[in-house]
Design a protein around this ligand. Structure first.
Ligand code: BES
Ligand code: MN
Ligand code: ZN
Length: 494
């Protein structure tokens, strides 16, 4: 898909469709009024007819307007101007992107000027336009023919409202594509998307970019490094574990990298602590943290951001089996700390702890891990929040702000010392579970014991990473927007 900025006046744009906002009172903004004047009043009459409430989602498609270079005009409700903020703008753009994608309109122009007047600025709108169009155009077709109309959208333009809109469109498109990459990897079934599959996917990403390189540790190499906690998760599976590193160098060698660590459990049966059968298929999504890391690295490489970044994926399949880890087994993590595995279903923290220890060697500016870690996060926050804990409040404050700006919000939970004792074990340095209460916090307490030497934030995305219901069932691509907002906002390290 091509995104561009056009200086042409709206009636002269030779698109298949112009998307024109209409406010709740039927009023048109400046850009829409200019069009209305050029085409002798039809849009204005429809807008003011009273036939529509012009809430976001209400639309009227006008064919063959006279004195207009475009083939159609889509009048699109934008709601009340006073209520029009970033959330509404995103909803407007996403909804209308779906409408044009469902029709035969390869070239579309979005009249953003009137939205800008009442909501977020032109840069934000342009970036979001590209992001929403990309995300709306995604179809899962790896293992079935899509039931939706194939995307016929080829070109999307926006008016030249400000400088730098091309750049904003480029960034938004890269974020959308990064989300789609994460969604595709998440949606692939566990028998296709294995740890080795993730490793070769990372390899393909590295091949496509000069300053992106890949490093993959196999089980033998991890055994030498004494990553017995990570290896204990894969012990029951015929699929070998992998620790995958993507190194992106966009800044000088001395520039400390941001390190992203994704939980990559390609299927989580629970292991010997077997999960109940209901909806267990959704545990193919237990690698969505890893997928978000790969999507983010791909977007950063595409944009060639002036930063150093390491994307890590701790990949394993959690299965029962003759060699599987059993409740009560004790393993020694790479750090030397021993862990009593009381529940083999608390496996995410077991792969992450060794990955976090390994991350120290990259001398990180900060480490952010992303993991579908606890059912408790879903119970407490449903599908809307990325749940955040960590050891550096300044880092977390920035992530909170980036979540607001990207509409991929995070909410912080406390990581108080009082919770740590729930991990006490009579037989090891710690247990891998902290009892019935505060499951999201005790999971982070476990990780906090492996992050003492760097600035760290943890994102539990168990609720935000996928939708469970009906036609929407599938990976969301979150928190790629939050991570990209953070990486785009880093001070230039050149
Ligand atoms: N992958 C799950 C967490 C999960 C469950 C995410 C449901 C989304 C929906 C994780 O590995 C897990 O099983 N966690 C356990 C931990 C418990 C045994 C302490 C959980 O949350 O039940
Ligand atoms: Mn589990
Ligand atoms: Zn899991």
């Amino acid at each position: 898909m091509q995104f561009s900025v056009t200086p042409e006046s709206i009636a002269e744009i030779p698109a298949d469709c112009l998307v024109i906002p209409v406010w709740k009172d039927g009023g048109l903004g400046k850009e829409a009024s200019a069009l209305d004047a050029a085409v002798s009043g039809a849009p204005g009459r429809i807008a003011a007819s009273g036939d529509y409430l012009w809430d976001i989602g209400d639309t009227h498609l006008l064919h063959g307007p006279e004195d207009c270079a475009a083939g159609r005009i889509l009048l699109a409700g934008a709601g009340a101007p006073d209520d029009f903020g970033a959330t509404e703008a995103a909803k407007f753009l996403a909804g209308n992107a779906r409408i044009v994608l469902a029709r035969n309109m390869p070239q579309v122009h979005f009249a953003l000027a009137d939205l800008e007047a009442n909501g977020p600025d032109a840069q934000w709108l342009a970036a979001r336009l590209a992001q929403e169009v990309e995300v709306a155009a995604y179809r899962y077709r790896a293992t079935k023919a899509s039931t939706k109309r194939e995307a016929v959208l080829e070109g999307v333009s926006a008016p030249a409202l400000a400088d730098g809109l091309e750049q904003a469109l480029r960034q938004g498109q890269a974020i959308g594509k990064g989300m789609n990459r994460a969604r595709e990897l998440g949606n692939l079934p566990g028998n296709i998307c294995t740890p080795e599959y993730l490793a070769s996917h990372a390899g393909e990403l590295a091949d496509a970019s000069d300053n992106l390189s890949v490093e993959v540790l196999d089980e033998e190499q991890m055994r030498e490094l004494k990553m017995d906690s990570l290896l204990s998760v894969a012990a029951g599976s015929v699929e070998e574990a992998r620790l995958i590193m993507l190194h992106f160098k966009g800044a000088a060698d001395e520039g400390k990298p941001v390190v992203l660590v994704g939980k990559g459990i390609t299927f989580d049966t629970g292991g010997i602590s077997l999960k109940p059968g209901l909806a267990m298929d959704e545990m193919k999504f237990d690698m969505c943290g890893a997928a978000s890391v790969l999507g983010t690295v791909a977007a950063v490489a595409e944009l060639q951001l002036p930063i150093n970044l390491v994307g890590m994926v701790a990949a394993a399949e959690n299965m029962p089996g003759g060699k599987a880890t059993k409740p009560g087994d004790i393993v020694t993590s790479m750090s030397g700390k021993t862990i009593e595995i009381l529940n083999t279903d608390a496996e995410g923290r077991l792969v992450l702890c060794d990955a976090l220890t390994y991350a120290e060697r990259f001398k990180p500016a900060c480490v952010i891990d992303i993991a579908t870690l606890t059912g408790a996060a879903v119970a407490a926050f449903g599908n809307h929040a990325n749940v955040m804990l960590g050891n550096d409040q300044a880092l977390m404050d920035r992530l909170l702000q980036c979540g607001l700006d990207s509409l991929d919000r995070a909410w912080q939970l406390p990581l108080w010392d009082e919770y740590q004792k729930q991990l006490d074990s009579n037989f090891a340095d710690m247990a891998n579970i902290g009892g019935k209460l505060a499951g999201t916090i005790t999971a982070a307490c476990f990780l906090s014991r492996y992050t003492e030497n760097f600035s760290w934030a943890h994102l539990d995305i168990a609720g935000s990473a996928w939708h469970s219901e009906g036609a929407r069932k599938g990976a969301t691509g979150r928190p790629v927007p939050l991570l990209m907002e953070f990486l785009l906002s880093l001070p230039n390290k050149d």
